[in-house]
Ligand binder design. Structure first.
Ligand SMILES: [Zn+2]
Length: 419
């Protein structure tokens, strides 16, 4: 018990109370002691590395899937936050087309205004800015915010919350669109977010957000979508219940192929818009398959255990056979699989990545060195674990030469296999 207290001394342990509705949360998976997924370390930082316990449960009342411990937000989102949206060609295209869609549908009135929560490097707002439409990004990580500012995008350096929403409305007027991509699931205090949206959103405005979808995580056993920053795993059922709780309504859902499977949720003020048939269809589908029910989620947890055992065994066998194994993609989500499966530098020599803020540092928890992706083509590896599996198509095409000289890719979602 003493150990546990020490390990958790900087997290907020909420026990079993739902962060959204106060209902009872049933734990279904414990991924053990985990580091912060984006804390890439210099050798001097290793002694003070932060760990917490990654446990996830589901609320019996509102179906929200959520972590049981909260990591303080300043530990995760700060000046040196290394993730950039523009790191992938496909994500740049995705956000440009998202912006064009808003410009064509919601931002057509006189002098419209759009706010993005967690605007990162401005991948979405860049297109809005180019169209001459009023916009504001809200971004607590100053490194990526400065990248957006350098491109002429307006950014407020802040965590979005109730007071920030009210201040923006007072200064700029109400927004026709509030957008957030891969941000809402990061934020435990969604009650404050919704109050901020209430203050900021125009009467017929929409709050649109996209995040990894619980249905895809369960189907693909993509358990590495569970890490410190992904506090919630949303479904149409849980988002609809959450919206109702805060006097809003889920009026549209759209499944997206990005990041291993996401859903884009469109929320409006209660009664302001007619919900699309897609909402009822997805909620009904989730009910039919028992998506947020304990037997489904416990089966998922058992599959996760199996994958991690298979992955570790495969790596041990490859090494025993004299194979030289490396990793590809020092993604945030790789922290979960690497640390839960117990993979260290003795199994995976190094991880290749193209993000300058990560290279020259060590992977969180496992301390595997991160090296520049540019060196991969000339590196004598026999096998590469593809930690960035959500960008598999893009990476396998780019690194075609590796497979052509006999290199094998090791994938682990939805099961462990060499290709
Ligand atoms: Zn709940």
């Amino acid at each position: 018990m003493n150990n546990q207290v020490q390990e958790h001394n900087s997290t907020i342990d909420r026990g079993i109370m739902c962060r959204i509705c106060g209902g009872n949360v049933q734990e279904f998976i414990d991924l053990g002691r985990q580091p912060l997924s984006d804390a890439f370390l210099t050798p001097a930082e290793i002694a003070d590395e932060f760990f917490y316990r990654l446990r996830v449960g589901v609320c019996e009342s509102c179906s929200m899937v959520q972590q049981l411990d909260e990591v303080p937000r300043e530990r995760m989102f700060h000046a040196a936050y290394p993730y950039v949206s523009a790191g992938s060609v496909r994500m740049r295209e995705h956000f440009a087309s998202t912006a064009r869609e808003f410009l064509d549908t919601e931002l057509t009135g006189q002098d419209p205004f759009i706010v993005e929560i967690g605007s990162n490097d401005g991948s979405m707002l860049g297109t809005v800015h180019a169209a001459g439409v009023r916009h504001l990004g809200v971004e607590p990580c100053s490194g990526v915010a400065d990248v957006a500012r350098a491109a002429g995008i307006r950014v407020r350096s802040d965590f979005f919350e109730e007071s920030v929403g009210a201040e923006i409305a007072a200064e700029h007027g109400r927004a026709e669109v509030v957008f957030a991509a891969n941000t809402m699931c990061h934020i435990p205090y969604l009650d404050s977010i919704f109050r901020g949206i209430d203050a900021l959103l125009a009467s017929d405005g929409v709050f649109v957000f996209e995040d990894p979808y619980l249905g895809d995580v369960v189907d693909k056993v993509s358990f590495d979508q569970i890490y410190d920053e992904h506090f919630y795993l949303f479904s149409a059922t849980s988002v609809a219940a959450m919206a109702r709780r805060f006097d809003f309504e889920l009026v549209d859902v759209r499944r997206l192929p990005v990041h291993g499977g996401e859903v884009r949720y469109t929320i409006a003020r209660a009664g302001a818009r007619t919900p699309s048939a897609a909402v009822a269809e997805l909620v009904a589908d989730e009910r039919t398959r028992g998506l947020a029910e304990l037997p489904t989620l416990r089966k998922f947890a058992a599959e996760v255990d199996q994958i991690c055992r298979d992955l570790e065994r495969t790596l041990v066998e490859l090494r025993a056979g004299g194979m030289h194994v490396v990793g590809y993609g020092a993604t945030a989500k790789s922290a979960t699989v690497i640390n839960y499966a117990g993979i260290g530098p003795e199994l995976v020599t190094c991880v290749f990545d193209s993000t300058p803020a990560k290279t020259g540092r060590q992977m969180p928890g496992s301390h595997i060195p991160v090296v520049p992706a540019a060196g991969f083509a000339d590196y004598e590896a026999d096998c590469a674990v593809l930690f960035a599996w959500n960008h598999a198509e893009e990476i396998l095409a780019k690194e075609q030469a590796f497979a052509e000289r006999g290199g094998r890719w090791l994938l682990y979602v939805p099961n462990v296999r060499l290709v």
